[in-house]
Design a protein around this ligand. Sequence first.
Ligand SMILES: NC(=O)c1ccc[n+]([C@@H]2O[C@H](COP(=O)([O-])OP(=O)(O)OC[C@H]3O[C@@H](n4cnc5c(N)ncnc54)[C@H](O)[C@@H]3O)[C@@H](O)[C@H]2O)c1
Length: 274
Amino acid sequence: MKLEGKIALVTGAGSGIGRAIALRFAAEGARVVVNDVRKDTAERTVAAIPAGQARAIVADVADSAQVRAMFEEVDGTVGGLDVLVNNAGIGDVGGPDRDRALGKVEARVGEMLSGRPVTAHWDITQAMSDETWRRMLAVHLDGTFYCTREALRRMSRVNRGAIVSISSVAGLVGMELAPHYGAAKAGILGFTRSVAREVASRGIRVNAVCPGWIDTPLLDPLPPLVRTLAQRQTPLGRLGSPEEIAAAVLFLASDEASFVTGQWLSPNGGLVTI
Ligand SMILES: NC(=O)c1ccc[n+]([C@@H]2O[C@H](COP(=O)([O-])OP(=O)(O)OC[C@H]3O[C@@H](n4cnc5c(N)ncnc54)[C@H](O)[C@@H]3O)[C@@H](O)[C@H]2O)c1
């Protein structure tokens, strides 16, 4: 029971990694606020947790007013906040450039896997619309800032707390098929290191987790060949599970990591070894 008596808010907890974190935190004794932009999936996660131990709050983390209202609802219902996990995210290139970009990805990855000389170029950045760039940065980077700001306002009253933000190996080494995603995830790492230094004197710890390829619905829009490439590129020979990421997040959120702040932990099957 590593989170006995703690209150945790997990964003994007209706699916994939966020859902696994919410379920693991609850199993470790925490009361969990399950945020998602989708009501149906948030409620499904709550239903999988013992009654009275979890609560769903629908909010778009990219909207600062909705984030503020969510934290006010936490104040009025659950009480304090010990742990924030910034997990909500999107992987889809979305927008009008989506089909073109996915076609490019499929052609390029197909050539890479076939062993033929590569002739297809990615050409993702030069075709990207302002809207696609903005939405990616808004959900990941603005969302992490808005939620962290509200959490710190509460954690600073008691001078304790832990914040864990989900970055990615894309934030460590880049990602050619999604440069906007790589930029957002690298931004989360810079923000994590800076805020960790800023709030250390208050006893608040701030860390990041950088997953490799994880088997979640986030990968569904990608051509199936990308999954094959991911397996081949990963030394352990498979995609990770959401539960394997939840275990890393639990460590950083718990008192086991009491001397760990401003760091990233990367469960990635050996994909990145820096
Ligand atoms: N799956 C991977 O391979 C992988 C790898 C590295 C990092 N990540 C990161 O892990 C996190 C979780 O991704 P996942 O793989 O579980 O994907 P997922 O699609 O299964 O879950 C993401 C959840 O976030 C929610 N969400 C999206 N936009 C939101 C918003 N604006 N406000 C609130 N909720 C929102 C979605 O509704 C969904 O429930 C993301 O930050 C993602 O970038 C995933």
